[in-house]
Ligand binder design. Sequence first.
Ligand SMILES: [Zn+2]
Length: 277
Amino acid sequence: MHFCIRDDDTSFFTSPEELEQVYGEVSRLGPISLAVVPFQRAGTSQGVPERFRGRWSVHPLHDNQPLVDYLRAGISMGRFEIMLHGYHHDEPHGRPEFESGQHLAQRVADGRTYLEELLGTTIRVFVPPRNTIGRHGLRAVALAGLHLGGTAGVRCGWSPLSRQTWSLWRRLRRWRKGGGLGVPWVLDLGDHREIAGNPVTPVAVIEYNEAVFESALAMGGVFCAATHYWEHGVPSLHADAPTVGEQLRRLIDCAVSDPRVVWRSVGEVVSQTTFIA
Ligand SMILES: [Zn+2]
């Protein structure tokens, strides 16, 4: 099985110390794929510090030089992969940026080039802010030759005219009706691929995530844990359940203790796996 970790919301507002505290040790075991916001707008996201929320000012990543240096070093050591996480992430109109916004192809192209040049890396994956994308957003991602972190589905951008859409739709429906857990495949939509994230958050149920992990492992599929560094200390909403960070650690322990698990970056898994639907 291929295992990967996706962490969303690194931006101007992130400090190297925060990332180091959460991933300093574990990123020596395997790579962490960071979904980075190139020009974070200080809106309502929890990744934006409270005192900045609602100002709607724009903060380019390069204004945080210690973070840029830290990311560049981490990339060169193979500890971090960089993915594109929107352009501004937050918009005053309140809707998810890539659900129905304007100039999305330009935003993908510009955001990608900016991060690639600033951090000296290659980007292969786009993660939509708030896990929400629409038809135009998905077209912009495919046009740029990127893959999607997350799954769009028929209602959020898969082409209704494509045969691949409906064969995938039927396959996933069969899988769920048969009691299948998660999405153990990388999905091939023809012009791009998609990899589902398994949320590791305060509302997540760790036993469910472990069951999805085991199911993917038995099939030799893929498992992508999706989390936020700013949430690792937050307790679970379920009584007596582990914090977000402890939940992720349990999944990592499962991954590193099983020789059948290969831990790679999200970009490597989505582009290299042979477990494709
Ligand atoms: Zn986000």
